[in-house]
Write a protein that binds this ligand. Structure first.
Ligand code: CTP
Length: 419
């Protein structure tokens, strides 16, 4: 039996049309060995029946905070303690507002306040509602408090319109909420005894004493990967450009500013590294001539000559007996083609690719990626970066193990730093 068999999930169902998919969701969770206790809100009962849910989950459905019989069997505080995870799917705008405000007028919201377990929500609503600033503000509040926000997906909606607001498919929800257990399934600590180096955040390239060139990277993905690699048992060294988020505990870190400083810090510490993950958004160029004094606006036009930075990822991938190397690719189009090109050209073992622009990717809490390696690929739907990091570390650990048995990497000439 897998480790998943011990996972106890409270599934909160709220009143959206996607509730019709929840019997399927329960079956999938149970297929993975989870115990599922359904909690139904009043409006959810308009969309799906207690009879169906009880039959599929095998447990009496809870609907009411004031149900004396159910409370006598397992009181709501006891139920809140019982759960390893509270999953709310579908999550309406209304439940998001209640959770964000901390109000607890019914059983589900009371459980959410009383539980110490992680809470994941799979929002589902009309796309205009989803983009409403009030809903987005609530989403942000919940994400900041550590709720996992799963989706929503983009596509056709029950109202006949199309856009972001569809509940993720049951399979994708199951994958997302079982991510931390997936790490456990590989073994208790799949990266125990391994040294993992991760680059993260943006780099900044000065132009004069007060100005610089940089990019929109927040560092969230790299920091989440560092925390997940640590949780998987690795000794982690995080080399980070200026990011405005707290460093994960239990991780060694080196702060840098420019791409060339990052290159130097990486190579000064690379010797015993088993796995290298280049999650930093490294600036491709630096100013040829950094002015010692502030540039004055005395000319109508101003040109700055830029010189290419060394490619850190590629330089690590070319090291003799170097680490298992994972790159990132942020693309605005032709994801598959560009990512595969970088996998080959940079001599990588694996590449994590995502589409950016139009509100996707940089400086967001959620991300959807496709991962490519020489023998395969895997897509991960839109999910919180922390959850995604757990999934990616599981996959990296699996592929790393395979690479130890079949080392297919070719050796290419090394790269030196240019000034
Ligand atoms: N990278 C790096 N050093 C650089 C540039 C990029 O280590 N000087 C790494 C990033 O950390 C990322 C990967 O290379 O893992 C992809 O970076 P990206 O900027 O998308 O690729 P480029 O090869 O620079 O191609 P382009 O900007 O033309 O898309």
């Amino acid at each position: 039996m897998s480790c998943m068999s011990r996972q106890k999930i409270i599934l909160g169902i709220t009143g959206g049309i996607a509730a019709y998919k929840t019997p399927e969701l329960i079956r999938r969770l149970k297929d993975r060995g989870a115990d599922v206790q359904v909690v139904l809100t009043r409006s959810a009962r308009e969309f799906v029946t207690e009879t169906t849910l009880q039959a599929v989950s095998g447990l009496p459905v809870r609907t009411n905070l004031w149900d004396k019989e159910a409370e006598a069997a397992m009181g709501h505080i006891e139920l809140a303690r019982w759960a390893d995870l509270v999953l709310i799917a579908p999550a309406t705008a209304e439940i998001m507002a209640r959770l964000a405000s901390g109000a607890a007028p019914d059983l589900l919201t009371t459980l959410c306040l009383a539980t110490g377990a992680p809470i994941a929500i799979a929002p589902a609503m009309n796309h205009v509602m989803w983009s409403n600033p009030a809903v987005q503000e609530n989403r942000q509040k919940l994400a900041d408090r550590g709720f996992r926000i799963l989706g929503p997906a983009d596509g056709d909606q029950a109202c006949g319109e199309s856009g972001p607001g569809r509940m993720l498919e049951p399979d994708d929800i199951v994958k997302a909420v079982t991510a931390p257990i997936a790490v456990a399934e590989v073994g208790p600590a799949p990266l125990a005894g391994k040294n993992v180096m991760i680059t993260a955040g943006p780099t900044i390239e000065p132009i004069d004493p007060v100005r610089f060139i940089s990019n929109r990277s927040s560092g969230k993905m790299g920091y989440a990967l560092a925390a997940s690699a640590r949780d998987a048992g690795a000794s982690v060294i995080l080399i980070s450009g200026p990011a405005n988020i707290p460093l994960p505990d239990g991780v060694d870190s080196i702060s840098v500013e420019s791409a060339r400083e990052m290159f130097a810090a990486v190579h000064a510490n690379i010797d015993d590294v088993d796995i290298f993950v280049g999650a930093a958004a490294v600036g491709d160029y630096h100013a040829a001539d950094v002015k010692p004094e502030k540039i004055k606006k005395s000319h109508e036009n101003l040109s700055i000559t830029l010189v290419k930075n060394p490619d850190i990822l590629s330089s690590v991938a070319r090291l003799k007996d170097g680490p298992f190397t994972v790159g990132f690719a942020a693309e605005t189009e032709n994801l598959h083609e560009h990512a595969f090109g970088k996998l080959e050209n940079k001599n990588l073992d694996m590449i994590v690719a995502n589409l950016v622009g139009k509100g996707r990717g940089f400086d967001k809490d959620d991300n959807a990626v496709e991962v490519f390696w020489h023998e395969g690929e895997r897509a991960f739907p839109l999910m919180n970066k922390k959850t995604l990091a757990g999934e990616l570390v599981t996959l990296i650990a699996e592929r790393y193990q395979v690479s130890l048995q079949t080392d297919t990497k070719t050796e290419l000439p090394s790269i030196a730093v240019r000034d």
